[in-house]
Design a protein around this ligand. Structure first.
Ligand SMILES: [Zn+2]
Length: 61
């Protein structure tokens, strides 16, 4: 049984990214993937507690 690879979204801009090639960062024990270093920088610059949630936060541990 083959399972399609779930799409991973950039939590900053919502763009779908390929986690095998995307830039990533670890935060609060989770790995987040980004379309570019700019989105990664924005994510890392966010204050604690401003962690994105909602439909874009579909992440695998
Ligand atoms: Zn992005």
């Amino acid at each position: 049984m083959t399972e399609p690879k779930p799409a991973t979204k950039d939590p900053i801009c919502g763009m779908t990214v390929d986690e095998t090639t995307a830039i990533h960062a670890e935060h609060a024990g989770k790995t987040f993937y980004f379309c570019s270093v700019l989105c990664r920088q924005k994510f890392l610059a966010m204050p604690a507690g401003a962690e994105p949630t909602g439909p874009t936060a579909r992440l695998r541990y």
